[in-house]
Design a protein around this ligand. Structure first.
Ligand code: NDP
Ligand code: 2IT
Length: 449
């Protein structure tokens, strides 16, 4: 417990008491509260109207049974979640995660982060998140479809283009969004495109949504580099994960002149000093749904696969954690700093533990938190909603330009806010304060609801 002001400490204890055992949610709240002291001191109206306490309590939490039949004819039971956290700025917006580790605390940490991330985009979207403890790994297309249909058979009554708009996250990509949208359309008899984002290009999706999170992370890092007149040229980059976010972060880093020398999945990592071959990676991970070890085997002899070890031991100038929460701890941070890493930007949500963030800040490493650096995905989802609402579709170039502008604006707003509140260069404080004041003013304006 560092320097939490008394009022903020009370809120934190209320969150701990009310949400026992939800450690990731506690961590996400704590990280925001830790930076808000100067804001609540300057603006007593936020405390008077209990804005923070309201932001820490979801507007609605839905938990439901998801029964489905596997390929052997066995009945399987999973648990589904949708946490509709805050709708002061717009309909609840945030992804669905299908992973065996999903529980209420995980969904709440993600939903809480999403409120602030979505506020930073400047677009009219509230915060929410959902998912299931369903594990898609090793499941057939038919099993995934039946699971998605059962999941939507309950979820459909809670969502809508003006209510709550889910999208993908870990384990949920284009295939799953297709099955979910199909079932929603069938149950409601409405072609309500704006009810889900991440749709296919020929049935209501947006150009660049697939690429957006990873591209956005690379654009954000490019802005950090530009603050010192630097660029990606000649930079060695390490990216953890090899899913949607990681793949497109790697692609854009290469386009901007950097070299990604390592990436990973939950079984280990590969080192490819010539630079990761993104086309091969896409083929193995997205098309064949294979393992990162296959990459090493197919790419050739100078590529090593290292099982079960930390990717953060690989020397780099820039580290982009793009896999999952708490994947980068204090020891990993110390190793990165020792090896000369100068920039860390979170493609994943909360991948860096609080102790690791401290190591980076003390070492003068530029550290960009996920709610700023990975906001490009949800921002492009909001652009998809705009296109759906106007029954229009934009070109790749136009949409990518919008994404680039949004990421630059978020970057600049973080730095300006950090300056204004006396923590120059601190992207964590800048992101939290800027997002909080934006959403808090809307919460105040709407009264006690
Ligand atoms: P994917 O399912 O496409 O990929 C996830 C990647 O992370 C895989 O390489 C996976 O390895 C690895 N991974 C997942 N869980 C673990 C774990 N417990 N331990 C180690 N590795 C793990 O998901 P995304 O790329 O979409 O999401 C990655 C991160 O980015 C998540 O934190 C997500 O919340 C965040 N994010 C995603 C956005 C999006 O638009 N998709 C937007 C903003 C943030 P394996 O295959 O072995 O499981
Ligand atoms: O964490 C995230 O921002 C996402 N998974 C994307 C959410 C969205 O609605 O596009």
């Amino acid at each position: 417990m560092s320097n939490l002001d008394e009022a903020l400490r009370d809120i934190y204890h209320e969150v701990l008491g009310r949400n026992a055992g939800e450690t990731e949610f506690h961590q996400a709240v704590r990280e925001v509260l830790d930076t808000l002291g100067p804001v609540v001191a300057k603006h007593p109206q936020y405390t008077d109207a209990a804005v923070l306490r309201r932001l820490c309590e979801p507007e609605r939490q839905i938990i439901f049974r998801v029964p489905w039949v596997d390929d052997e004819g066995q009945v399987q039971i999973n648990r589904g979640f949708r946490v509709e956290f805050n709708s002061a700025l717009g309909p609840y917006k945030g992804g669905l995660r299908f992973h065996p580790s999903v529980n209420l605390g995980i969904v709440k940490f993600l939903g809480f982060e999403q409120i602030f991330k979505n506020a930073l985009t400047g677009l009219p979207i509230g915060g929410g998140k959902g998912g299931s403890d369903f594990d898609p790994k090793g499941r057939s297309d038919g099993e995934v479809m039946r699971f998605c249909q059962s999941f939507m058979t309950e979820l459909y009554r809670h969502i809508g283009e003006y209510t709550d708009v889910p999208a993908g996250d870990i384990g949920v990509g284009g295939r799953e969004i297709g099955y979910l949208f199909g079932q929603y359309k069938r149950i409601t008899n409405r072609y309500e495109s704006g009810v889900l984002t991440g749709k296919g290009i020929n049935w209501g999706g947006s150009q660049v949504r697939t690429e957006a999170t990873g591209y956005g992370v690379a654009f954000f890092v490019d802005e950090i580099l530009k603050t010192t007149g630097d660029s990606f040229d000649g930079k060695q980059v390490v990216v953890s994960g090899s899913g949607n976010v990681a793949i497109f972060a790697i692609e854009k880093v290469h386009q901007l002149g950097g070299t990604v020398v390592a990436c990973s999945d939950s079984s280990g990592y590969v080192v490819d000093s010539k630079g990761i071959d993104v086309d091969l990676l896409k083929e193995i991970k997205s098309v064949r749904r294979g393992r990162i070890q296959d990459y090493a085997e197919e790419r050739g002899s100078d590529v090593r696969f290292i099982a079960g070890q930390s990717i953060w031991d690989v020397p780099c100038d820039i580290a982009l954690p793009c896999a999952t929460q708490n994947e980068l701890d204090r020891d990993h941070a110390l190793a990165l700093v020792k090896n000369g890493c100068r920039i860390v930007a979170e493609g994943a949500n909360m991948p860096t533990t609080p102790d690791a963030v401290k190591v980076f800040v003390e070492a003068g490493v530029s550290f960009a938190p996920g709610k700023a650096a990975n906001a490009g995905g949800v921002a492009t989802s909001a652009l998809e909603m705009q296109q759906n609402a106007s029954r229009d579709s934009w070109s790749f170039e136009h949409t990518e330009q919008r994404l680039n502008d949004i990421m630059r604006n978020i970057h600049d707003r973080c730095l300006e806010t950090a300056d204004e509140y006396g923590t120059p260069g601190n992207y964590v404080a800048g992101a939290n304060i800027s997002a909080f004041t934006h959403v808090a003013d809307a919460v105040l304006a709407l009264g006690v609801i």
